[in-house]
Each structure stands twice: as structure tokens, then as C-alpha cells.
Design a protein around this ligand. Structure first.
Ligand code: PLP
Length: 495
């Protein structure tokens, strides 16, 4: 199985190369040249396997340049001991036909753990194959969730160093404490005086600076990236949609007409993984793309016009506060029948004018696959309350956006098929917003809020968040935004 760049069909690489490099040199994203198929036999085999077994089975179809032993070691390393009950993707059922796919039982209580626990293993295995074992330096700019999940994933992984930059005033108190108290001998956390964009452009500048690259190479190191355009982050996400399908069969859901999938979407990575699962043979009917007030994708699905020239809203579902959904490029590449020139043109329009319009053929295919809906913070709060009142189920702000979008879909179509809603974070990660949906009495401190939420709802605080109460900050340095390179040198002990 080769991987092709979305912006140049002549570029074909192995999966190890795609994962080690993240992005193609001309800016394209790597996609598999074909989508492996699962027949009935595969599904009956998969149903018998635990999550680790399923992950091995599916990865073998995509990472054909990895040996079976390598794949086995990667998935065991990622998914043994790091998720509650060894169940990374358990389903909670609400009523008769609503399945909530809880993707937040990992070390940082958000769905990014599913991919970021596995990526470090895929990456180190890949670099051994394609860049003769140089030490990999992972740079991350984060507004919260990605940074912590990447730190946990790469913590003490052999032959890697990870440096996370975050805006000192731009993350929640819980996220700040999660990162500053991070354990591990290869982890580095630097707060930046500035906002998320400053952190991100600082990282990009370091990443693309040839002189810095050379300095690193002299010390036997090279950069790589852990963000969601890396195929190594996407492929782990396909696994849980297939696993959920197996679980729905096992519990006897009526899947004769297929089922719908709802995904709270930011960068379009998670929902793209659901699309891949569908194309592999999972009987998904509609892919429902849920957005918050930053409704650029809802508008795109409804009109075919992608336009980032609009007000940016800071919402209570911050991981979806995004106006450029990078992984959409992969979807458009597939929908345009792999027209690399067309994709290059769309992307340069996006870079220069901040917008593009897709042609009618692509739009028709897009609307056939997807349904787009969005809600603002007020809708999010209402949905958290209604879902709790109706089902006794507590969901976080991101998941609530998905539930809200699903209700709109039902209203619009009256489609009675079973549904799978991706739940992307523990409600305790956003305790203040979640509690404010249910009560007007909000304590001042973060941990009092967490306790109040637990008391009011009778739900348990996840251990990784409860433990933070006694955590002490290890990383205290705050750097000027123009001083990120010096911070990096200090972390890596290079000059
Ligand atoms: C990252 C994130 C999302 C968005 O996922 P994408 O793959 O970027 O679409 C949704 N919810 C939570 C809690 C997240 O951390």
C-alpha cells in the first residue's frame, strides 16, 4: 500500500515514510492509494477480538511495510494499561437507539489519546525504517488538549524528545496544570507570552528553518510533528469506528439499514476516520458533521463555499474553535477523484483569498455523504441539561454540540436509524461550563467545581483529573514569544 500526496499524484511513499515526515514537501497530505475492504468474514473475525486484536487486524491492512511483530508491539505498547478497563472505545446507550462512543477513558480524558497513545510507537518504528534511527524531536503548539495528549503519548518513548509550547494565558486552569505537572524524562513544556497563533507561528518558523535543521542534524536529531495531518494520527481513529460497529452488532442493534454517525468536528480528522470506516465496509448511512458557532463547515456542506473570512468565536467547546479544517483537503481529494491539480488550486485560493468554492460534482458527492449542523454556546448548555434530565447522562460541551446537531438532523429528516455519536471529552475537563448548564451555583476554584459537578450528578471524576489536585508544577518558565528558539536549545541542550 502506497501513500500519495493530495497535491501531486507522482509522489508515492511507504506508510513509514508518510508517518515519519507527516506532510509532503510541496504541502500536500498523504492518503492511502486505495481503501482496504472488510468483508463479512473479516467482521466475524473482528468481533471475536479485543481492542488490541482489532487494532492489529486493521493496521495490517494500512501499514503494509510494517512487520506483524512491529504492528503487534506498537498496539500493545499503546493500549495496554493506559485506558479504563482496557476498553479505549466503550459504548454507552441512551434510550433505544442512541449510542454514545466514549473516547475519553485514556490518560488525558479526551479522544486525542486514542491516536496519540499509538502515534509515538508508529513514529519511532517508522523512523527506524526511513531515517536510520535519528532521535526524533516533536514540536507541538497547543491550545490545550493536543499538548497534554502528545506529552502523555511520547512520555519516556525511546529515542524521542517532545517540546510543547502553549500560550500562558490561553489554556484552561485544568489544562495548564495537566501540562505543567507532566512526568517523564524526555518531556519539555514552555509557556509563551502571547496567544495560540504566536505559539503556532513560532513552531512553524522553527520547523521550516534550514539552519536550525542543520544544527539539529549535527546532534543526531530531526523534527517531526504530532498534529492531526499526520497519517499516523488518522489511522488509529479508523479502528474505533470499526470496533463500535462490532459492538453494535454484538449487542443486537438493528443495523439492516445501516446507522448514522455524528462527530463534533474541528480539524476534520475524526469525521474523516469515520468516512474511511464507511468506505471499508462499515454500513454508515450519513456522516453528521457538528460544529459550534465557528460554523465554517456547516456552511461549506450546505453551500459548497468554504470561507474563513468571518468572525472567530471563542466558545465553551474550544477544541472545535477552528476556521481552517486541515483534513478536509484529504476528503476533497477523494471526492474530486484524486485530482491533484484541482486540490492544489483550491488550497492556494484558500491561502490567498481565504476562501474557495467546489464544483457541482464535488458538492453533490459531499452532500450525499455528509449532513452539516451547528449550535452556539446557548444551544450547547441546553443540550447538556436536556440530555442529563432525559437520560441521566452527563456529556461534555463538545459532545453536546454533536447531540444538538443530531437533534436537528432528526427534526429535519425523521430518520430512525440507530446512531453512533462520538463523545470526545470527559465532562470534567470542562467542568465549569458543564456545571453552569445544570446549576447557577459555581464555585470559584477549579477543583471545587469538579467536586460540585460530581456531587450534583452522582458521576465519578476520572482518576487522571482527580489526581491533579495534588500535582505540583514541574515546568514554570515563561518565555517571550520571540525567544522560542532559545527555549528549544535549552530543552535539547544544544547551542
Ligand atoms: C480535537 C477535538 C475535537 C475535534 O476533532 P477533529 O478531529 O479536529 O475534528 C473535538 N472534541 C475534542 C474534545 C477535541 O479535543
Amino acid at each position: 500500500m502506497n501513500y500519495i500526496s493530495t497535491r501531486n499524484n507522482n509522489i508515492k511513499v511507504s506508510s513509514a515514510y508518510a508517518i515519519a515526515h507527516g506532510i509532503s514537501t510541496e504541502g500536500g497530505l498523504y492518503v492511502p492509494e486505495s481503501i482496504p475492504q472488510l468483508d463479512e468474514n473479516d467482521i466475524s473475525n473482528l468481533i471475536e477480538l479485543d481492542y488490541i486484536g482489532k487494532a492489529e487486524y486493521i493496521l495490517k491492512k494500512y501499514l503494509t511495510d510494517f512487520t506483524d511483530e512491529e504492528i503487534g508491539a506498537c498496539v500493545r505498547g499503546a493500549y495496554t494499561g493506559s485506558f479504563d478497563d482496557e476498553k479505549p472505545a466503550a459504548i454507552a446507550q441512551l434510550g433505544d437507539s442512541i449510542n454514545i462512543l466514549e473516547l475519553w477513558h485514556g490518560p488525558t480524558c479526551a479522544f486525542k489519546d486514542l491516536a496519540l497513545q499509538l502515534l509515538p510507537y508508529l513514529l519511532t518504528t517508522s523512523t527506524k525504517k526511513v531515517s536510520d534511527g535519528k532521535k526524533t524531536v516533536i514540536l507541538v503548539a497547543t491550545s490545550g488538549d493536543t499538548g497534554k495528549a502528545a506529552l502523555e503519548g511520547f512520555r519516556d518513548v525511546e529515542n524521542t524528545e517532545i517540546i510543547v509550547f502553549y500560550p500562558s494565558e490561553g489554556v484552561s486552569p485544568m489544562q495548564k496544570l495537566q501540562m505543567d505537572s507532566q512526568k517523564g524524562n524526555n518531556v519539555h513544556v514552555c509557556a509563551i507570552k502571547g496567544n495560540f497563533d504566536d505559539a503556532q507561528s513560532g513552531v512553524k518558523k522553527i520547523f521550516t528553518d534550514n539552519a536550525i535543521k542543520e544544527t539539529l542534524a549535527k546532534s543526531g536529531m530531526e523534527f517531526s510533528s504530532a498534529n492531526s495531518i499526520n497519517w499516523g494520527r488518522l489511522v488509529p481513529q479508523i479502528i474505533y469506528y470499526i470496533s463500535a460497529y462490532c459492538d453494535m452488532i454484538a449487542k443486537g442493534d438493528d443495523l439492516s439499514k445501516g446507522f448514522n454517525v455524528v462527530v463534533p468536528t474541528g480539524n476534520f480528522g475524526n469525521i474523516l476516520a469515520a468516512y474511511y470506516a464507511k468506505e471499508m465496509g462499515v454500513p454508515v448511512n450519513k456522516l453528521i458533521c457538528a460544529s459550534n458557532a465557528n460554523r465554517v463547515l456547516t456552511d461549506f456542506i450546505n453551500t459548497g463555499v468554504y470561507d474563513r473570512n468571518r468572525e472567530f468565536y471563542t466558545t465553551m467547546s474550544p477544541s472545535m474553535d477552528i476556521l481552517i479544517s486541515s483534513n478536509l483537503e484529504r476528503m476533497l481529494y477523494i471526492l474530486s477523484d484524486c485530482d491533484d491539480k484541482y486540490i492544489s488550486n483550491l488550497q492556494s485560493e484558500l491561502a490567498s483569498a481565504g476562501k474557495f468554492t467546489v464544483n457541482d460534482t464535488v458538492l453533490a458527492k459531499l452532500q450525499n455523504l455528509f449532513y452539516g449542523a451547528c449550535c452556539d454556546d446557548e444551544g450547547t448548555l441546553k443540550t447538556i441539561k436536556n440530555t442529563f434530565d432525559k437520560f441521566g447522562y452527563l456529556c461534555d460541551t463538545h459532545t453536546a454540540v454533536a447531540v444538538n446537531a443530531y437533534e436537528q438532523y432528526i427534526e429535519d429528516t425523521n430518520d430512525k436509524r440507530p446512531v453512533l455519536i462520538a463523545s470526545t471529552a470527559s465532562p470534567y475537563k470542562f467542568a465549569k461550563s458543564v456545571l453552569s448548564a445544570l446549576s447557577t451555583d459555581i464555585p470559584k476554584s477549579e477543583f471545587d467545581t469538579v467536586d460540585a459537578l460530581s456531587e450534583l450528578t452522582g458521576t465519578t471524576v476520572p482518576a487522571p483529573l482527580a489526581e491533579l489536585k495534588d500535582a505540583t508544577a514541574r515546568f514554570k518558565d515563561i518565555y517571550d514569544k520571540n525567544d522560542m528558539y532559545n527555549a528549544l536549545c535549552k530543552c535539547l541542550k544544544i547551542k
